[in-house]
Design a protein around this ligand. Sequence first.
Ligand code: SF4
Ligand code: ZN
Length: 306
Amino acid sequence: MNKCSKCGNHQVIIHRKQSGQYLCNDCFIEDIQKKVFKTIRKEKLIEKGDKILVALSGGKDSVTVLDILYDYYERNIIDLVAVTIDEGIDGYRNDGVEIAKRFAKDLGIEHKVVSFKDSYKITLDEIMSNPKHRGSCTYCGVFRRDIINKTAREIGATKIVTGHNLDDEVQAILMNYLEGNINNLQSLGAMTKSKSPLFTPKIKPLREIPEKEIGLYVIAKNLEVHFAGCPYASESFRGEISQIMKNLSINHPTIMYSTLKGFDKIKIAINKEYKREYNHNNCIKCGEPSSNELCRVCTFLEELKQ
Ligand code: SF4
Ligand code: ZN
């Protein structure tokens, strides 16, 4: 029978094909935490005194990142505020919001729930009942980013943490390579700083952890998470890329890591070669940074009114 490669325990919960390693429950938890701490140190993601906004959906990624960052909070290195966005998706979002509330309460950290309805006077369900809608995820992404940026400013956060994992990051890299989208490629990485002082830097401490291992982490730590999928999630380009990478990983178990590492090297050259386009304009309606007269939020809201 296989034994944990670290402590010799026979209760193995994972065999990592990429390294040949076997791990028991406790050694696996410790290993994931150490890896995340290492990413944080290597990429200098956190500084003493940071006030960190965690975008907490209640899903496995955001719950895991908050669980791991809590260690810094307990040691008084950082302050943490969790923010959950309620898009207004009936029968789906409520469970996640409740899980997020319970988790933040258990940890004793400040928690805010901000809804599309309060912010824009419309829910995602209402948007989707408009026959001229542009697709759920288009609004969802733009509105969520807007809420997170504004809330970060309101509470004086110095960093925004998201739960992006290795699979998410590799999908984004490949999508933007294939579309030749240099601007978007430049905004990928462990820390993204916007040129506008109105936007708080975003960090991704789980960027080197595969999605499967985050799923196992929440089980190993017995964390309550919202596993249900969004009813609007559809077969997208991202979904196709995800499937390709999963298939490739069967015979090439390190391919996601090598794609990420390769990109991190290439990014240095991209940044030298291409100066990021940045327009110092502000939306004439809401005043947020925008490259056009109206920002995307205001453009969408105007369209939906018609
Ligand atoms: Fe929003 Fe659902 Fe699309 Fe995710 S899948 S971006 S929650 S609409
Ligand atoms: Zn605007």
